[in-house]
Design a protein around this ligand. Structure first.
Ligand code: ADP
Length: 621
């Protein structure tokens, strides 16, 4: 069975790519990570070396000058501490910067993604997974594990150099037979081989159990996410409170969370048992190595190969080599596990941009003479079987007032998405003034449209910034858009006028606005953009029919020579439109004025109109 999904070489390649990425944002991070590990190792190796030398001096020549010199060297170690601290602060800062930068990279990728990808549930799940795993993985984690890895390597190199002396330190006196055996190179080699085998054993135990532990931690973190959803997210959501009470969801939440909590506890127990097994095996190797080291070094001290200082020094170094094997194996396992995160992260960043980003600039016309035509357009959403739009032939004439009506799911919004190039047709094509819209510069083309979607979003920025969708704005134009949208008086009454923050997320003096007011702000935003096509896609769903009718009629006066498209469930709101498009099951089945369409009593429009007319008695007349 393959241990990891990726080969060692693939893992290395991934780490290399991540390191390059980190270096572009925080240059010299690798150098400082190495320096930090070097100073950290040097400090404790030198400290130990000095301790051993002082002990040798105290139990040997007792030369006070030499002892004072060694103590002075201790004090001089402060310089190493300063260097170590400096590198540590640098890598800590780099770490924080890189973690934030990771989010920035993700966001800029999300912003530059093709819209279909942005909306794709699989892509959104991938993004969510990356965000959720950031606490345990990422560029920051890579940096920390790399520093442990370097410390391990430095420890092995420095301590091995010192331990090599064991081969060359012999007693000066004449040795008896047993003493000769202790002093023989064969025993030293056998000892080192034994320690190396134990270290290898520790490495294997660590790798195996860390890997198994990480798999368990990962599956437990999925359970934790669910638990978090039930115990925090859902209950914290103020919108959920009403449903919790009305539908008595307490029981449902409790039952679900109890079950997940049980799974989580079991996961923790399994993890605990895994680490118990690991520690038992690891401790066996550790005790064997420590016992062998103490025995060997003590015997060499006993026969006079070196003094008490040597005993301290060598047993310390050998113990550090064994520890280093553990930290290296831990770091390698953690780095490879972290690559699971990096793999998803890079996959997300590498998502190709497939929509055609054309180059032709759109014509800037004061008369708004933009003719758009759908030529036998059919469309299927990615990863779906059914067509959401079928064989659509449609021409928008400049200055048209068009209402789009139809049952839920009949394809109205999809048609708007195709019109605005949020998606490209699966079959057929759309032209703007005779040229395929895919040939136009994408951003330039988008400037032609102002859309208020049903599920529009306002930000926790100021009113002015929300309306202008920009930090810099023309105040007069914002006020005028607010007036047209029917929000003038409300915003005037706000404590800071246009500068009043919307919502209280970040500012105490922010204003909470109702659903209807939010819709008016979204409409003001559409008016501020002053695009050639204005589209209202049922943004007034939470307004009462009279308010909706008022907004639609007012909007109609405001848009003047522009082409306006209105989508509404309430047919009465769209009566003023010169042209009504009736969609059914992805097809345009009727196209005409209100009066024309009503002339066909068996048509879909008549059916919808009659079904609704009873609610609006005044419209029957
Ligand atoms: P309407 O605006 O008339 O209510 P839509 O255009 O939103 O209808 O939807 C048309 C069809 O496309 C529906 O069957 C809907 O379920 C499907 N649909 C809408 N959006 C998506 C999407 N992002 N992914 C897959 N299918 C979708």
């Amino acid at each position: 069975m393959k241990k990891y999904k990726r080969t060692f070489r693939e893992d290395l390649r991934m780490i290399k790519r991540a390191l390059k990425l980190i270096e572009t944002n925080t240059p010299h991070f690798l150098l400082h990570t190495y320096l930090y590990s070097f100073f950290s190792t040097a400090i404790f190796v030198i400290t130990n070396y000095l301790t051993a030398s002082i002990v040798d001096e105290l139990t040997g020549n007792r030369d006070i000058k030499k002892i004072l010199f060694l103590l002075l060297m201790y004090a001089a170690e402060i310089i190493l501490h300063i260097f170590q601290d400096n590198s540590w602060r640098k890598i800590r800062t780099f770490n924080l910067i890189s973690s934030k930068w990771e989010e920035v990279l993700l966001n800029s990728k999300s912003f530059s993604m093709d819209y279909p990808n942005m909306e794709d549930p699989l892509m959104r799940a991938k993004r969510q997974l990356i965000t959720d795993s950031r606490s345990s993985g990422g560029l920051g984690r890579l940096m920390m594990e790399l520093s442990s890895f370097f410390i391990g390597i430095n420890q092995i190199v420095m301590c091995s150099v010192i331990s090599m002396e064991l081969f060359f330190r012999h007693p000066e006196k004449t040795l008896s037979g047993f003493e000769k055996f202790i002093d023989s190179p064969g025993l030293t080699v056998a000892f080192f081989m034994f320690v190396a085998l134990c270290a290898l054993g520790e490495y294997k135990v660590n790798s195996k159990y860390n890997r198994l532990g990480n798999i368990k931690i990962k599956s437990n973190s999925m359970i934790e996410r669910l638990l978090h959803y039930y115990l925090d997210d859902y209950i914290d959501d103020s919108k959920a409170c009403k449903d919790i009470h009305i539908f008595n969801q307490k029981k449902l939440i409790r039952n679900s969370s109890d079950k997940i909590y049980g799974d989580w506890i079991n996961g923790c127990k399994e993890l605990h048992s895994l680490f118990r097994k690991k520690n038992n095996r690891y401790n066996l190797f550790y005790v064997l190595t420590t016992a062998a080291t103490y025995l060997f070094v003590a015997l060499k001290t006993y026969i006079g190969a070196f003094g008490l200082g040597g005993f301290i020094k060598y047993q310390f170094c050998i113990a550090r080599i064994v520890d280093a094997a553990e930290s290296i194996s831990g770091a390698i396992t953690a780095l490879r596990t972290n690559n699971d995160y990096l793999e998803t992260f890079f996959e997300y960043l590498d998502t190709p941009t497939e929509m055609h980003y054309g180059t032709i600039p759109t014509e800037k016309r004061m008369d708004n003479k933009y003719d758009i035509e759908f030529h036998n357009v059919s469309f299927k959403y990615p990863n779906t079987e059914n067509y959401a739009i079928r064989n659509l032939n449609l021409k928008f004439r400049v200055g048209d007032r068009i209402a789009v009506v139809g049952m839920n799911g009949s394809g109205k919004t999809t048609m708007i998405k195709l019109l605005c190039r949020l998606y490209d047709p699966t079959e057929g094509y759309i032209t703007l003034n005779g040229i395929d819209i895919q040939k136009y510069d994408y951003e330039d083309y988008l400037k032609l449209f102002s859309v208020v979607f049903q599920d529009f979003k306002l930000f926790s920025f100021s009113v002015g910034e929300n309306v202008a969708a920009s930090v810099d704005y023309d105040e007069e134009k914002v006020w005028s858009s607010l007036e047209k949208a029917g929000m003038l008086e409300r915003v005037k009454a706000m404590p800071k006028g246009l500068k009043t923050p919307v919502y209280k997320d970040f500012e105490e003096d922010g204003v909470e606005i109702s659903g209807g007011e939010a819709q008016k702000l979204a409409i003001a935003r559409a008016l501020y953009k002053d695009a050639a096509f204005v589209i209202l896609d049922e943004p007034t769903a939470s307004l009462d029919p009279i308010a909706e009718h008022e907004i639609y009629s007012r909007f109609n006066d405001m848009v003047k020579d522009k082409t306006a498209v209105y989508i509404s469930h309430r047919l009465s709101s769209c009566r003023f439109c010169d042209r009504i498009l009736v969609f059914d099951n992805g097809q345009l089945i009727q196209d005409g004025s209100h009066e024309n369409l009503l002339e066909n009593p068996n048509g879909k429009y008549s059916e919808l109109w009659n079904a609704q007319a009873q609610y609006y008695a005044e419209n029957k007349a």
